[in-house]
Design a protein around this ligand. Sequence first.
Ligand SMILES: *Cc1c(COP(=O)(O)O)cnc(C)c1O
Length: 426
Amino acid sequence: MPQAPNDLPLADKDPEVARLVRAEDVRQRDTIRLIASENYASRAVLEATGSSLTNKYAEGYPRKRYYEGMEVIDPLEELAIERAKRLFGAEHANVQPYSGSPANLATLLALCDPGDTILGLSLPAGGHLTHGWKVSATGIYYNAVQYGVRKDDHRIDMDQVRDLARTHRPKLIWCGHSAYPRILDFAAFAEIAQEVGAYLAADIAHIAGLVAGGVHPDPVPHCDVVTSTTHKTLRGPRGGLILCRAEHARAIDRAVFPGLQGGPHNHVTAAKAVAFGEALAPAFRDYARNVVANARALGEALVERGYDLVTGGTDNHLLLVDLTKTGISGRTAAKALDACAIEANGNAIPFDPRKPFDPSGLRVGLAALTSRGLATEHMTEVANLMDEVIRHAAAREGGVEDDFRDRIRGRVREFLSPFPAPGLPG
Ligand SMILES: *Cc1c(COP(=O)(O)O)cnc(C)c1O
């Protein structure tokens, strides 16, 4: 058979890139990955993402396209939509958003006019940039008002949400977070939105897998729009998703395309369909339950070792560790941990006296480790490793000695070896 042009495997075609991709495979395999927004997508999801669907243009929606050759893309996108609706019990789904941030911007484009007032959780309190933070387009083009958490227990202050909503009469209220370890009371948000005549949008980017798995309250019955990423706890490809009530379907679809985006990324649409299918299977509920159980177990193990947790614990997949007492910042701790093959990120804590670039907290999430099959009984060792590294670094003004680093990295590799990472070569 003649060989097609441009048909060499990556390793032969571009050894330089192939080497880097392989190095990342190995890094992900040999690292305790605790970044709360990350996961291990399945081999099937990775395969769909790397398919010929990347070659196809499909501006528009199924049966209403601007290009020909849609006999595969249309049923594929319809399948993804149908599975998303079934998974979340939603009236309408748009699976085209390139990622979580454009999904949020599309929501505002659909329901608000530039200059309208929006109300969202502030970034330092655990919210997301796209909920109206000043450097984000959502804070530049909209009049953003922000709520926070209470000073005493660091929980979202629903009284403040109500007061701000009554004072500012927002067109839209966001609920959702990137660094908040407790469940959200969607019914309470809905009551406030209804009282002031605001749309309610939930952004479940972080917790979508927990919602789908039945271990976090369901926003869909309470919200006009629900946005999400597909790559965090939901464990799909890198991408976005919008669910909404039927009455907003047309506005949402028009906002995504042609309002904000061009052609959908069909290879990612295929991978989203795969991920929604995985999340519809009964095993996904076990995964979601285990994520929360692991977060709780790691939180308890850290508290036993003297660490402070924001809000004292967790209801979801993440912990926010307040490192103030240790004498090193979250960023310094994250760098020391990273040197030792333990990956987390420095994160602001509520009312953080330190700067955002060098904050007091460390954010830790359990979705990725849970996807490798780690269970609550393994969290003691994760806590031990974290604690040893943080204490070592704290005693050396953040420094990590080479032999200590090598010893911990060896222990991490050995600890993880019984838990092969999905989708990665061994
Ligand atoms: C991650 C996140 C987003 C943005 O997702 P991207 O895919 O990074 O654009 C939006 N909202 C929340 C709450 C998030 O946590």
